[in-house]
Design a protein around this ligand. Structure first.
Ligand SMILES: *Cc1c(COP(=O)(O)O)cnc(C)c1O
Length: 404
């Protein structure tokens, strides 16, 4: 990737920029019919009505109920972990995951700048500080190689823990994010985490159904987090889950998210400042119905990605992103990648696309640009800066992918 961007700046005259009109044409070739093409909308055509009706008929609508337990079991099985603990949303699950991983107030947590703001917000809720790290262009995920040399030069080790030499703060964890459902190269990252004494919390909120070297995303580190927000591949309206093989940690997370109440038939006794973060049964009922169709959704999305790939084969100046062969992404969102960064063209395209009802989106504003996070520590972020001016997320919802 680095050699590629060097090439494009050297041979500038030979580089052909992408043309917004040609991109729109290619999208319409794949998706000719609907007038408006949303980025990602849920599909409610399985057993959702049946399960939600069961909640309503029985009165089990709140945070205790059979669908909560069933959804947790289904998730654990699907993601090949011992336990899943469901919560009100993915951000809450990230926060609790960091807490049970041992992140404390005053720590720093390594977070990619190329992610949704929730990843960094979860760190802030722990009264810790995000420390932004760069990504690889081949996966959009944390680059273990550059991070390793950065940490070697900028931290000191004491009793198996890493401290930022500039701020003096402990760096206690790293959050790899499987951006748009593309798995991070986790093996290298787990090695690095071991070397520097970091806890690893996998932000798999976009990656339910993705695999890395045949293993499900969310199960690759000690702790993984999923989201079931309305725009994710499986939705509960709003919801999230923590995944782990450590039953003690799962019990702790469950306890913390149910106000840390000690079990007793009538007494209200709590042994910590807990949270009211448990997922209601109504939402879990939706989740069970949605999760039953995950294989179908993933297959349809992979197929949509292939149709986009074919349509863009002859469109100059851009290509459909291709994940490395050791991964199988869920293709939650299909990214189109411009050959070189071009913010003006990107803006022009988004204007034209939205005017035409094609609700494509750019990548997020990198977090180190946001007012709340601009003063946080950060390593050099050249790949992030490059990618945010090249990424276009194409309409990728299940209905557009042909799911009925
Ligand atoms: C959706 C998302 C979250 C948060 O999930 P919510 O359920 O919306 O709170 C966190 N990180 C990333 C990368 C996400 O896409």
């Amino acid at each position: 990737m680095r050699s590629e961007s060097r090439q494009s700046s050297v041979g500038l005259t030979s580089v052909i920029g992408a043309d917004p009109a040609r991109i729109i044409e290619a999208i319409r070739e794949v998706l000719p019919s609907p007038a408006v093409l949303p980025l990602h909308e849920p599909i409610i055509s399985g057993r959702e009505w049946e399960y939600v009706r069961e909640c309503l008929d029985t009165g089990w609508v709140s945070s205790v109920g059979t669908f909560v337990d069933r959804f947790e079991r289904m998730l654990a099985e699907r993601c090949a972990v011992q336990r899943a603990v469901v919560m009100v949303n993915g951000t809450a699950a990230l926060q609790v995951a960091l807490q049970v991983a041992g992140v404390e107030a005053g720590d720093e947590v390594l977070v990619p700048s190329l992610t949704f703001v929730a990843t960094a917000n979860a760190v802030s809720y722990c009264e810790a500080t995000p420390h932004f790290v760069d990504v690889e262009a081949s996966t959009f995920g944390v680059d273990a190689a550059t991070l390793s040399s950065y940490l070697a030069a900028n931290t000191e080790q004491k009793a198996g823990r890493s401290y930022n030499v500039k701020t003096g703060r402990r760096i206690s964890a790293v959050i790899p994010v499987h951006v748009f459902g593309t798995p991070v190269d986790m093996e290298a990252l787990l090695d690095l985490a071991k070397k520097f004494g970091l806890a690893v919390v996998e932000d798999a909120t976009e990656a339910l159904g993705s695999t890395y070297k045949k293993r499900p995303c969310g199960s690759l580190a000690a702790l993984g987090v999923l989201s079931f927000n309305g725009n994710k591949i499986v939705t509960t309206g709003g919801g999230g889950a923590l995944l782990t093989n450590d039953t003690t940690i799962a019990d702790r997370a469950r306890h913390l998210t149910t106000t840390a109440k000690l079990p007793h038939p009538w007494a209200y006794r709590h042994d910590a400042v807990g949270y009211n973060y448990r997922l209601p049964n109504l939402n879990a009922a939706l989740g069970c119905a949605q999760l039953e169709r995950l294989d179908e959704l993933v297959a349809a999305k992979r197929e949509l990605a292939e149709r986009y790939r074919a349509a863009f084969r002859n469109v100059p100046g851009c290509r459909i992103f291709e994940a490395p062969s050791f991964t199988k992404p869920n293709c939650w969102l299909v990214p189109l990648l411009l050959d070189y960064p071009d913010r003006a063209m990107l803006e022009q395209f988004l204007q034209a696309a939205h005017a035409a009802g094609i609700l494509a989106r750019p990548a997020w504003e990198p977090l180190h640009h946001l007012q709340s996070y601009r003063d946080c520590p950060a390593m050099p972020l050249p790949i992030t800066e490059n990618l945010v001016e090249r990424i276009i997320c194409l309409p990728s919802g299940p209905a557009l992918a042909g799911v009925k």
